[in-house]
Design a protein around this ligand. Structure first.
Ligand SMILES: Cc1cc2nc3c(=O)[nH]c(=O)nc-3n(C[C@H](O)[C@H](O)[C@H](O)COP(=O)(O)O)c2cc1C
Length: 361
């Protein structure tokens, strides 16, 4: 109730001002003891059929917070207590950078959508490392989403990802290589196999070296929804190689397509939220058709309900993420998803999520 009123008030402010205020509030909440019990009183009552173990990590249910909300890990303790099964921070870049000039974030409340061209504003990996070191271990898995600095030439992008891995490795339960943001010039060219193979091979070698005796942390590749089917299949084939260069995929990032009659439609940026749903679902289906369960896929893009989540699981997603839907709907969305999803699984005779993954394709 209070959360709902707060959200309505925040939506009256300019988008970035609202985000900044929300971040301050979450940072303060994260410092309070017993935050978890207060924010998410029902965590113990989650249906066990929603549980999964993937990459050696435990997920109490399938929904996580997508990258981009907490780019610098400022609000991680509070976010970890808000009912998400996992949180992905970032995109983190090696050096601090301001991102694009404002305005760079446009809201479409009626469509539950956002267009953004933030362009990876980041406090840089050293500040993020400091914060993560201060938090200690959190109760849920934390992913770290990595991106290159704008000023780094594309042919030297590997060096940026290498620096990020070295600086942040004790803190990542999983890594995400983000080569799909539309807001860093040239970045999406790294989605070609010719660029991906050497990049992922170098990062694999480094992950093994950094792990030492410990378990090698999984690396997921986050792809754009604007790829052609052949490109998606090519990327998906990376999971089928004798020595796979990655352990999972995230489908998808924001799209550069949009309805042409929207205000600001002509401006550069990526569209997220409900209007992305069908496109992200179609990409997931194509990707799953190639990957065939060899590695898990996280489905993201316009997920706002248990029905969306179930549709995505049947299409091949083991886990889900949300950003825009959660921004508009808040905690009730998480509650609806975690309470209704078990009913949908049971209705169709599945004992748990793992059994349902890809069964609708
Ligand atoms: C304001 C905003 C900032 C984002 N920043 C990032 C980012 O830094 N890195 C990234 O990989 N994805 C970023 N995303 C994309 C989301 O993680 C997600 O892939 C996309 O929004 C689709 O999911 P949704 O429809 O649930 O929002 C951002 C999205 C929004 C709306």
């Amino acid at each position: 109730m209070i959360e709902n009123q707060l959200r309505q008030w925040l939506f009256r402010l300019a988008p970035e001002r609202a985000h900044e205020l929300a971040m301050h509030a979450l940072e303060a909440l994260g410092r309070m003891p017993r935050t978890r019990a207060w924010l998410w009183p029902d965590s113990a009552q989650l249906d066990p059929m929603l549980r999964q173990s993937l990459w050696g990590l435990d997920f109490a249910h399938p929904l996580g917070l997508a990258a981009g909300f907490d780019k610098d890990a400022r609000a991680l303790p509070a976010l970890a207590a808000m009912g998400f099964a996992f949180v992905e921070i970032g995109t983190v870049t090696p050096l601090p950078q301001p991102g694009n000039p404002s305005p760079r974030l446009f809201r479409y409340p009626a469509e539950e959508a956002i267009i953004n061209r933030l362009g990876f504003p980041s406090e840089g990996m050293l500040r993020v490392r400091e914060r993560l070191a201060g938090y200690g271990r959190l109760a849920i898995p934390v992913g770290i989403n990595l991106g290159k600095n704008k000023q780094t030439p594309l042919e030297r992008a590997v060096e940026d990802y290498v620096q990020l891995l070295r600086a942040l490795h004790p803190f990542a339960d999983y890594w995400v290589v983000n080569v799909s943001s539309p807001n860093t010039p040239g970045l999406r060219q790294l989605q070609s196999l010719a660029a991906l193979r050497p990049l992922l091979a170098r990062l694999r070698e480094l992950r093994i070296e950094l792990a030492g005796e410990a378990t090698v942390r999984p690396l997921l590749l986050k792809i754009a929804p604007d790829l052609a089917s052949e490109e998606i299949q090519e990327i998906g084939s990376l999971a089928g190689e004798a020595q796979p260069l990655l352990e999972g995929f995230i489908a998808t990032n924001t799209t550069i397509s949009r309805p042409h009659d929207w205000p600001h439609a002509a401006e550069a940026g990526g569209l997220s939220g409900r209007p992305l749903r069908q496109q992200a679902l179609a990409v997931l289906r194509t990707l799953h058709g190639t990957v065939r369960g060899r590695v898990p896929i996280i489905g993201v893009g316009g997920v706002t309900s248990a029905a969306d989540a179930y549709e995505r699981i049947l299409a091949g997603a083991s886990l889900l993420q949300s950003y825009t839907g959660w921004l508009y709907r808040g905690a009730p969305m998480l509650q609806e998803l975690t309470s209704t999803l078990p009913e949908l699984l049971r209705r169709d005779g599945f004992a748990n999520i793992a059994e349902a993954v890809g069964q609708g394709n």
